[in-house]
Design a protein around this ligand. Structure first.
Ligand SMILES: NC(=O)c1ccc[n+]([C@@H]2O[C@H](COP(=O)([O-])OP(=O)(O)OC[C@H]3O[C@@H](n4cnc5c(N)ncnc54)[C@H](OP(=O)(O)O)[C@@H]3O)[C@@H](O)[C@H]2O)c1
Length: 280
């Protein structure tokens, strides 16, 4: 089995690497070096957001890596404070200027913030940004079926991706199945539960020992085998390499089931239920 990063096809005809690299809190010189190392260690999908306030580090990490722009897949997210149509388009333009890029591969609406009722307007702005050539694919993050159904009803444009909290203690089986039925790729944020809880789980540890792999590798393999794109963050190179070394083994159906069985109704890391939680 070749240990290579493959791609999933998107509903707009594009494609996306099956694993990415998360950059939240990666800033300044140390963040820049981590991002550069991640790219040189083989990550091609780089996940950032306007809210992370690290566009300089991501841009500089890309520049230092020496990897050509067209080999990379750069995702950003529109923050909830700029869901006004005109402001949103200008924010995308400003973000491109700051990151010294001609285009993004993917822009997501970061949170639905349903009480504000602005996400359809923001979605129209992303549709326009795509028409302007500022972005190749558009999608959402933390959206529930009711929010996506409204986007489809009101704009007829289906998101390509829905990025949601997803790890073995909060496996989001129903939301992922809903995304799949609607031809939307699920991305998993905090796939390693921020390096806490599930990375110390005995069931996963046992599978890891049997397979001569690490717990993190088992968890990330579990994501990919069910068609989810995990975007683990890892500052150091050892974890970066370890987290990519997951394409030379498979989990059995029984092992997948054991991990599926670990999910909990209250398994979210924080209290970030998109029905209530808002982020700007
Ligand atoms: N859309 C959203 O609302 C949203 C929300 C949260 C996050 N995100 C995105 O998702 C990305 C990932 O989520 P996250 O950063 O919250 O958490 P995560 O990727 O689940 O976990 C990161 C933590 O796990 C540790 N780690 C990495 N590899 C490891 C390994 N092989 N063994 C043990 N520990 C390991 C890291 O430590 P080291 O750094 O020391 O390796 C770090 O402390 C973010 O960076 C961000 O891009 C999106």
């Amino acid at each position: 089995m070749a240990n290579e990063v493959g791609r999933f096809t998107l509903n707009d005809g594009g494609s996306i690497p099956v694993i990415g690299y998360g950059t939240v809190y990666m800033k300044g010189e140390s963040g820049t070096e981590s991002i550069k190392n991640a790219i040189n260690n083989g990550y091609r999908l780089i996940d950032t957001a306007m809210k992370y306030d690290n566009e300089g580090s991501v841009a500089e990490g890309i520049r230092r890596s020496g990897i050509e722009r067209d080999e990379l897949y750069v995702t950003t997210k529109l923050r909830g404070s700029i869901y006004d149509y005109d402001e949103a388009i200008q924010a995308v333009e400003e973000s491109l200027f700051r990151m010294q890029l001609d285009y993004f591969d993917l822009i997501l609406l970061h949170w639905p913030n349903p009480k504000q009722d602005m996400y359809v307007e923001a979605w129209r702005a992303l549709i326009e940004a795509k028409e302007q050539g500022y972005v190749k694919s558009i999608g959402v993050s933390n959206f529930l079926p009711e929010h996506i159904e409204r986007l489809i009803d009101e704009t007829s444009v289906l998101p390509t991706v829905n990025q949601i909290e997803l790890h073995p203690y909060f496996s989001q089986k129903e939301m992922h199945a809903w995304n799949q039925r609607n031809d939307i790729i699920t991305q998993g944020w905090s796939p390693l539960s921020r390096g806490q809880t599930v990375v110390h789980d005995d069931t996963v540890r046992k599978i890891a020992e049997d397979k001569d792999k690490t717990v993190a590798q088992i968890i990330l393999r579990w994501h990919i085998q069910q068609g989810v794109v995990p975007i683990p963050k890892a500052a150091g190179e050892n974890h970066q390499k370890e987290n990519l070394d997951i394409f030379n083994f498979e989990l059995t159906a029984e092992e997948m089931d054991q991990i599926n069985g670990l999910t909990k109704d209250d398994g979210r890391i924080g209290n970030q239920d998109p029905i209530e939680y808002e982020e700007f």
